[in-house]
Design a protein around this ligand. Structure first.
Ligand code: COA
Ligand code: MG
Length: 319
């Protein structure tokens, strides 16, 4: 079933290079939806095994996931890489790791391969370690991946899809522009394919000019553009970006208030047998009230006080 009113999950994902013990430590004090410890492209090949060891030590030293972090992920090396097996073993060995980010996915086979390796680890060596199977998030960052999107989105354990802009630009020899028109087809294709398969989150490109006031203004603008296209999260490369991304990908106050009023009035309209009705002079029908339900659902997941708003608007009537 492709449910219309289910909301996407918000995900601000901060990459933390596993090769930097300073950044590993820093990550623990941050407030962030997803911290992604990176073993892939922020770590040069010669430093891979040292970075994996550093990450292992870091995770071993943690009694539990800090409450300010909702999810811990590891970005492993791609399917076919000689590092993958050891990277996945590390992920499976820690009860604190919820999710594996798989880079450079080009076919559903890449995800099946990773899922198969994880299943063996979860059922055997780490049977006692893990309460839940790990989820996968796929990075789409090549022409081949875009052409295979509809099958990739049916991959096992999939909980999210990420658009990787830098590798995609490299693969297609694109010229980067500030308004991102060169990525419009790929970004929109990703959101559409992921939504069709009801994948809980679709995460937009990273904004790389992270410094200064201009950096934050540009980031805000890019978040608004991504949200409008249907993304519900964004990759971050610096801690200073996370608050902005989380704020902009949460429903705004006005949006939640609008949605709560509609859901309350809609119940009354439905009880009176009315399919279409009016609020503030605008027509409301099933797709609009469906969107309102999704906003309320997402607001709850983002920790917004929806019950307070329901109380405030309990007397809202359909016009
Ligand atoms: N995760 C955790 N901590 C980070 C961080 C990150 N991604 N980026 C910076 N920090 C920390 C720094 O260590 C520093 O900590 P301190 O207060 O203990 O000194 C603090 O935040 C301020 O950092 P700053 O000096 O502004 O940046 P930097 O020069 O140390 O690092 C980058 C800049 C771009 C090299 C760094 O942000 C980075 O490596 N980002 C991730 C890159 C990546 O993973 N790319 C692959 C995915 S696209
Ligand atoms: Mg990449």
């Amino acid at each position: 079933m492709h449910g219309r009113a289910t909301s996407f999950l918000r995900r601000a994902m901060l990459y933390v290079p596993a090769s930097s013990t300073r950044m590993l430590t820093k990550s623990l004090g941050l407030t962030c939806d997803t911290v992604v410890y990176d073993l892939e492209d922020s770590v040069p090949p010669a430093a891979k095994s040292e970075a994996r060891d550093a990450l292992e030590q870091h995770l071993r030293g943690l009694p539990e996931r800090p409450s300010s972090i909702s999810e811990i992920a590891i970005r492993v090396n791609p399917a076919g890489s000689s590092f993958l097996q050891k990277d996945l073993k590390l992920a499976a060995s820690s009860p604190l790791v919820n999710t594996v980010v798989v880079p450079k996915v080009t076919t559903i086979g890449d995800l099946r391969n990773v899922s198969h390796i994880l299943k063996n680890l979860e059922n055997n060596q780490y049977k006692e370690t893990r309460a839940k199977p790990m989820r996968l998030i796929a990075l789409i960052e090549s022409a081949r991946a875009i052409m295979n999107l509809s099958s990739i989105c049916r991959g096992p354990r999939l909980d999210g899809i990420i658009f990787g802009a830098e590798d995609f630009a490299l693969d297609l020899s694109l010229t980067r522009t500030p308004d991102l028109t060169e990525f419009l087809y790929a970004r929109s294709a990703i959101v559409t394919a992921a939504r069709f398969e009801n994948i809980p989150s679709v995460i937009d490109l990273a904004y790389t000019s992270y410094k200064g006031e201009d950096g934050l203004a540009g980031l805000e603008q890019e978040c608004r553009g991504g949200k409008a296209l249907g993304f519900n999260g964004k990759q971050c490369i610096h801690p200073s970006q996370v608050e902005t991304v989380q704020r902009l990908f949460s429903p705004s106050e006005e949006e939640v208030e609008w949605a709560v009023r509609i859901t309350i009035a809609n119940e009354k309209a439905a009880a009176a047998g009315r399919g279409a009705w009016t609020l503030d002079g605008k027509m409301i029908d099933a797709p609009v009230s469906g969107r309102a339900t999704a906003v309320v659902d997402k607001a709850q997941k983002c920790g917004i006080d929806v019950d307070g708003l329901r109380e405030k608007w309990k007397d809202q009537e359909p016009e």
